[in-house]
Ligand binder design. Structure first.
Ligand code: GLP
Length: 255
């Protein structure tokens, strides 16, 4: 299903409310957590709503999508530090329940297997939050990644490293590789919310709707998921073909 909102603030409201409703109906929910600029307003709204409504989040378990190889959890640009800063240091999360790949593991391949296995032991993901890279990557699954992949080490493309360089200080080097949940790990989630905001994401969203399912555009795998919602602001939706917008209007009217 495609949902288009006027701005990032209304997306933050929608996604945060969806998270809270999920936690209320299943306090021991397993969340697939994402990072990146897109998620920041969403986590900020979620923390506020949790405070205001005094929601108990102590039973929530999370598994993050990815982490840079070589960065320790206390490195300020690690995704572990991101999650701590935007979510886990706030409002009653139980630290022991939150999992990220370890970018400093000595045997990275073995660690990836353990991460996928741990995810399965927890019964898999109930609700997966997902962003998208400008080249269509999800998690850090770059174009060409096999759809049946599990957690693995990936060499980041120049495009991705350039896109993400804005989060690193000038002259700091974006790591060349990362650990990511695989495409199949993501698809195993029972529900997926893919969020994209800003005009920079408009071309890849247009490609999503113009192409069939292909490993060349990892995002397209979501067309196969029975419960995936594509959540866009007007800027990210600005290049969508008219036919898609018409479907969207119909879909919205049906809801
Ligand atoms: C990174 C993350 C992805 C994220 C993407 C988009 O590459 N590994 O999981 O979806 O960036 O990030 P942003 O929201 O900053 O555009």
């Amino acid at each position: 299903m495609l949902l288009i909102f006027p701005d990032t603030s209304s997306i933050a409201d929608y996604v945060s409310t969806a998270l809270i409703n999920t936690i209320k109906s299943k306090p021991r929910v397993v969340l697939g957590a994402a990072t990146g600029g897109t998620m920041e307003p969403i986590y900020a709204r979620f923390v506020n709503q949790v405070r205001q409504q005094q929601v108990d989040v102590s039973g929530l378990t999370s598994f993050n999508l990815d982490e840079y190889v070589g960065l320790s959890p206390d490195h300020p640009k690690s995704y572990a530090a991101y999650m701590h800063h935007h979510l886990f240091k706030h409002v009653g999360f139980d630290g022991a329940r939150h999992h990220l790949p370890d970018g400093r593991a000595t045997d990275l391949d073995a660690h990836c297997c353990e991460y996928s296995a741990k995810l399965q032991q927890h019964g898999g993901i109930d609700l997966q939050l997902l962003g998208v890279g400008g080249n269509g990557h999800i998690g850090f699954n770059e174009p060409g990644t096999a759809f049946d992949s599990r957690c693995h080490v990936v060499q980041l493309s120049e495009r991705t490293r350039m896109d993400n360089s804005r989060f690193f200080a000038e002259n700091a080097i974006v790591p060349a590789s990362a650990i990511t949940m695989g495409m199949q790990d993501i698809m195993d989630a029972r529900e997926i919310l893919l969020i994209a905001t800003g005009e920079g994401k408009a071309p890849i969203l247009a490609e999503y709707y113009q192409n069939d399912i292909t490993e060349a555009i990892p995002l397209t795998i979501l067309k196969r998921h029975p419960r995936a919602k594509i959540i866009l602001d007007e800027a990210a939706a600005s290049l969508l073909p008219n036919s898609v917008r018409q479907d969207f209007v119909t879909a919205e009217a049906d809801c």
